[in-house]
Design a protein around this ligand. Structure first.
Ligand code: ADP
Ligand code: ZN
Length: 736
């Protein structure tokens, strides 16, 4: 280990209280410390701030951080001060006296870190002043703001190239959670980075689980969900300002501490409400998309989209605000097909035809996400160009409870031939609504005037409600049997693939659409297990009270004192001495001195009246590499069914065939069962010789994904076998 490496590791614990680096953190730090321009693209919650905060302590001189949000600056500085780091900020919220005082202290070299807003760069003689403060490194946070391609363009960011011009030798670190190549190239170009080292991590957020639920009465569904989690903070995204307010009213009436947030409120009200949320005084915020960028509250336990988001990128960003602390969190979307129609109406307001078309495509991708029966995580990651190797993520609705499939051959024939009949009769195409009307034999004005009630397919689908035909049509379109026009009133045509299916009577198997009615039990039951830290809940609540009073007396948010992760560790380790306390994640030396006393005392008091509980060791810690698959809490019904058939002697292929799942889904089921401790033998899956080869290949690589192992073995052992092997190993570790 080099000196620098050692120093980084020591300071990591001493100052920030962390025991290990998260993936890429150290690489990024070393690169910037070597004076290289660096770009870091990591998802929210990955720990980007540490990538510049820690190196700042090792440098002579000042690290200047450009950050777009004034509210966030104070927050970051408060957190650093609590850890004993000399940090400060300069922005328009300060009066002239304070500004002057801080500038003077900066000149005296009293600070290691300075946060500034981008507009400050060109203000007054700031650029010259920086020189007097011996600037050692420049950090551009939320660097995507520099790009017009990004979702958050800020013209002020464009002036940052002046910094490079004025201080050509000072290395720049650009940080963002926006992954698109366009944005990345723009960052490099605009900031004039020189041969930068680029660090891009997986965008998977293992502790987030994704679910889509059919929306019925949104307010009631949200209320039931929130009421079942009385201690948790959550964000509920609505599309309109009015919706945020009416939902807030419903929740408040039901006794839940909710507030609204949208761009139509006065700046004072917005700040007040945001503060209330950050300080845990209001646990629920019903907001439009205006809310979020300035929020680095780590313990948001759920994000609900009460309505369809406009695009996948925004959806990913918004759900990303959940679970920054690495603990399990829920991302729920309420979906109804009517959303699409409502959104199409919004598209009308876009005047530029090209922009309208892009918006339409983005909307379609969002609807695909909602209606897809495949893994949600895989869909999101694929959207960002990432290849997700696992067939079953074990932490989304479709993976935990796959939607069973049904034989849709006859119905598909009816529907596709109806499209053809209409096309033959009339010279125009129609939309899903009318098509379904023909199938169910509806008597509408159009039906008569277009003569569609004389078609041979008129009324051949009476046995099903109209909505089912529309749903089927959409699924067939997803599979490429039909095509939907991109116009405002989309019409449906049959594709070549659809014609072939009709002619050759090709069998069509489809997964069932989303449950039409909301199963409140399913909504309430948390399915997330990845990133859980079981602890003494009574003690945890007690510790939260202490944390809140310490935070209030310092006028800072609770997480500035300790994160929920640290509190959970206290509530499972019951530290009674300072050294036990210091060993916990998130406890550095300064925090031990400042806050150790009250927490250690609280633990002692608690143990006088309550039994000490014991907890199994934590397996995948939130800071473990991001692609280790999580272990479920209980096996779902569908896994149990696979297990039953396998035990009855069916091969995996037979089960896949019979249940109309892919082989890899069935393998996923059995791997889950193995990890869960079900009595299955390795010999049922691979030979002892294969087992030895896999053991050698996995050695030292347990935490990576399967593809490196697969490649290492030259593709000689299938992914299925690797999955089983890994499951058996994980089980051994659990049992050990
Ligand atoms: P980002 O800016 O990438 O969204 P943050 O810098 O806000 O992420 O960090 C998210 C959370 O992760 C914070 O609560 C932070 O304390 C924690 N964290 C960062 N690095 C580590 C680490 N090496 N070990 C444990 N926790 C960490
Ligand atoms: Zn999944």
């Amino acid at each position: 280990m080099t000196n620098q490496n050692e120093e980084l590791t020591i300071l990591l614990k001493q100052v920030f209280g962390h025991n290990d680096f998260r993936p890429l953190q150290k690489d990024i730090m070393v690169s910037t410390l070597n004076g290289q321009d660096t770009v870091a693209i990591l998802p929210t919650g990955a720990g980007k701030s540490l990538c510049y905060q820690l190196p700042a302590l090792l440098r002579n001189g000042l690290t200047v951080v450009i950050s777009p949000l004034i509210a966030l600056m104070k927050d970051q500085v408060d957190q650093l001060l609590a850890a004993g780091v000399a940090a400060t900020f300069l922005n328009s919220s300060l009066d002239a006296n304070t500004q002057h005082q801080r500038s003077k202290e900066l000149g005296e070299g009293r600070y290691k870190l300075l946060y500034i807003a981008p507009e400050r760069v060109m203000a007054g003689n700031f650029l010259t002043q920086l020189g007097q403060w011996s600037i050692a490194a420049l950090v551009v946070d939320e660097a995507h703001c520099i790009s017009e391609w990004g979702h958050d363009f800020r013209p002020d960011y464009r002036t940052l190239c002046e910094l490079r011009r004025a201080y050509p030798k000072v290395p720049i670190l650009a940080l963002t959670a926006t992954a698109t190549p366009q944005v990345r190239d723009d960052i490099i170009g605009q900031l004039k980075l020189r041969n930068p080292s680029i660090h891009l991590s997986s965008f998977n957020r293992p502790n987030l689980n994704y679910r889509v639920i059919a929306r019925e009465k949104a307010a009631r569904q949200v209320w039931e969900y929130a009421a079942s989690r009385p201690m948790d903070s959550g964000i509920i995204y609505c599309q309109s300002r009015k919706a945020t307010e009416s939902l807030t009213a419903v929740l408040c009436e039901a006794g839940l501490p909710a507030i609204a947030y949208h761009a139509g409120m006065t700046p004072e009200d917005r700040t007040k409400n945001q503060e209330a949320f950050i300080r845990d005084e209001a646990r629920i915020v019903c907001a439009t998309v205006a809310f979020g960028m300035g929020i680095n509250k780590p313990n948001v336990r759920y994000v609900i989209h009460a309505e369809l988001p406009k695009n996948v990128e925004g959806y990913y960003q918004q759900t990303g605000r959940a679970g920054r602390d690495g603990l399990a969190a829920d991302c729920l979307m309420l979906f109804s097909r009517g959303d699409l129609i409502k959104n199409l109406a919004f598209l009308d307001e876009i005047t530029n035809p090209q922009a309208q078309q892009v918006a339409r495509q983005q909307l379609d991708q969002m609807v695909f996400y909602a209606e897809d029966s495949g893994c949600r995580r895989s869909y999101l990651l694929r959207y960002f160009g990432e290849n997700w190797p696992e067939a079953n993520c074990g932490n989304c609705d479709n993976c935990l409870e796959p939607r069973e499939s049904w034989d849709a051959t006859i119905d598909s024939q009816k529907l596709l031939s109806c499209i053809c009949r209409i096309a033959q009769k009339s010279s125009f195409a129609v939309g899903w609504q009318h098509l379904a009307d023909v199938l169910v034999g509806a008597q509408t004005e159009r039906m008569r005037s277009w003569g569609h009630d004389t078609l041979s397919t008129y009324g051949i689908g009476k046995d099903k409600p109209k909505q089912d035909w529309i749903a089927l049509g959409r699924q067939l379109a997803l599979l490429g049997f039909a095509e939907v026009g991109k116009d405002k009133y989309p019409t449906v045509t049959i594709t070549t693939k659809g014609m072939a299916a009709l002619r050759d009577r090709i069998a069509v198997h489809l997964s069932r659409p989303l449950a039409a009615s909301v199963n409140t039990v399913a909504i309430k039951a948390p399915i997330a297990k990845a990133g859980e830290i079981p602890c003494d809940d009574g003690l945890f609540q007690q510790l939260r009270v202490i944390r809140k009073s310490l935070a209030d007396s310092r006028n800072v948010p609770a997480y500035v004192i300790f994160s929920d992760v640290t509190l959970r560790h206290i509530a499972r380790a019951y530290p009674c001495t300072e050294s036990e306390f210091l060993a916990l994640p998130g406890v550095g030396e300064r925090k031990l001195t400042e806050f150790g006393g009250p927490f250690i005392k609280a633990v002692g008091d608690w143990l006088k009246d309550n039994p000490r509980q014991s907890f199994p060791d934590l397996k995948p810690s939130p800071s473990a590499p991001r692609n280790a698959p999580p272990i479920p809490a209980a096996l779902g019904a569908t896994v149990l069914e696979t297990l039953r058939r396998f035990r009855a002697g069916d091969s995996m292929e037979t089960i896949a065939e019979a249940r109309r799942f892919t082989l890899s889904t069935i393998e996923g089921h059995l791997a889950q069962a193995i990890e869960f401790g079900e009595n299955l033998e390795p010999i049922a899956f691979y030979t002892p010789e294969e087992s030895d080869r896999m053991r050698a290949a996995f050695l030292g690589q347990e935490a990576t994904g399967l593809s490196p192992i697969f490649e290492k073995l030259g593709g000689a052992i299938s992914y299925g076998k690797l999955k089983m092997y890994r499951a058996f190993t994980a089980r051994k570790q659990n049992e050990a």
